[in-house]
Design a protein around this ligand. Structure first.
Ligand code: FSX
Ligand code: SF4
Ligand code: F3S
Length: 313
């Protein structure tokens, strides 16, 4: 109880009321596909954590948009999230250490938490010519990943680059870039999206802390709670041409269809993610709601297969 009170006092100090925090937990619980009876338990994971799994977060070839999206998650403030439910041992973007000191930190964290840490990987890995086209601190991404990932309890590939290769693996792919799973020949839990929605990573971690296991995955290694439906199946614009009332309102089926972005090249029918319900920026909006067609950023090979963007396929 004391722990919980301290947590809520800390949130209040940051301007997050208990009511807003509970609203966030309700949203997170629904996103995870759990019934509302789990809301208090989800809140407890944050307010009175029983364990803080060590996390080692690696950066390879990417734009850091995945970390940026995560660091901008609205509730709870990321420092609470990181400090209270995870023990982040290594993360190049937010750690104080740099240079050799950072290299040392990685080595000692892996040694200390061998077999117990969650390895979150951002970015793709160069495999051509022994991976020489992508290096950190004089070592190739491939070498670092081969050393660190097999020692983790679980490897989470965050972002389309890490999950499927992303822009680095787009044709002609001169560096022989591959996803973490392909480059190492291991199974990873994939949270694609360029960038992915932070709530899908948080939902995955909370699922692990709450139920003691990772969430159910589909055949592309994605948590089904987030990637089980296509964008199109959940899109509010869809109703405009499928709903007779809207067709009447717009005057004709064609006019109602104009409200849908399919003719602007929307790839929503071929893309699986929960953007229409999870949204971005604290639930403000998502691409199609903002008037931009979905470009398929959560799908494997989207740079090759979904392009040219803005053209009906
Ligand atoms: Fe890739 Fe993440 Fe796209 Fe960027 O680091 S999924 S390029 S948003 O940032 O890996
Ligand atoms: Fe489907 Fe895109 Fe049209 Fe929405 S805007 S209904 S996702 S094609
Ligand atoms: Fe990406 Fe399409 Fe969602 S472009 S962010 S999967 S709407």
């Amino acid at each position: 109880m004391e722990k919980e009170n301290a947590f809520y006092a800390k949130l209040e100090q940051k301007g997050v009321s208990r009511r807003n925090f509970m609203r966030y937990c309700t949203f997170l619980t629904a996103t995870m596909g759990l019934s509302s009876s789990f809301v208090p338990k989800v809140a407890e994971v944050f307010a009175a954590p029983k364990q803080r799994p060590p996390v080692i977060w690696l950066h390879f070839a990417e734009c850091t948009g995945c970390s940026e999206a995560f660091l901008r998650s609205e509730y709870p403030h990321v420092d609470d999230l990181i400090l209270d439910i995870l023990s982040v041992e290594y993360h190049e973007t937010i750690m104080a250490a740099a240079g050799h000191q950072a290299e040392e930190q990685l080595k000692s964290a892996v040694k200390q938490h061998k077999g117990k840490f969650i390895c979150i990987v951002e970015g793709a890995i160069s495999t051509k010519d022994n991976g020489v086209y992508g290096m950190v601190g004089g070592r190739t991404f491939l070498e670092i990943a081969k050393e660190v990932c097999p020692q983790a309890a679980a490897v989470i590939s965050i972002g389309t680059c890490s999950a499927y290769g992303g822009v680095q693996a787009a044709k002609p792919n001169p560096g022989g870039y591959k996803s973490v799973s392909e480059a190492l020949g291991i199974k990873t839990l994939n949270i694609p999206g360029c960038p992915p929605n932070p709530v899908n990573l948080i939902g995955t971690v909370v699922n692990y802390l709450l139920l003691g296991k990772l969430p159910a995955l589909d055949d592309l290694g994605r948590p089904s709670f987030a990637y089980g439906k296509s964008i199109h199946d959940q899109c509010p614009r869809r109703s405009h041409f499928e709903n007779d009332a809207f067709v009447t309102e717009f005057g004709s089926e064609e006019a109602a269809l104009g409200y849908c972005l399919y003719k602007m090249g929307c790839r929503g029918p071929d893309t699986f993610n929960n953007c229409p319900t999870a949204k971005f920026n604290a639930g403000t909006s998502w691409p199609v709601e903002a008037g931009h067609p979905c470009i398929g950023c959560s799908q494997p090979n989207f740079w090759d297969e979904m392009t040219p963007f803005y053209k009906e396929q």
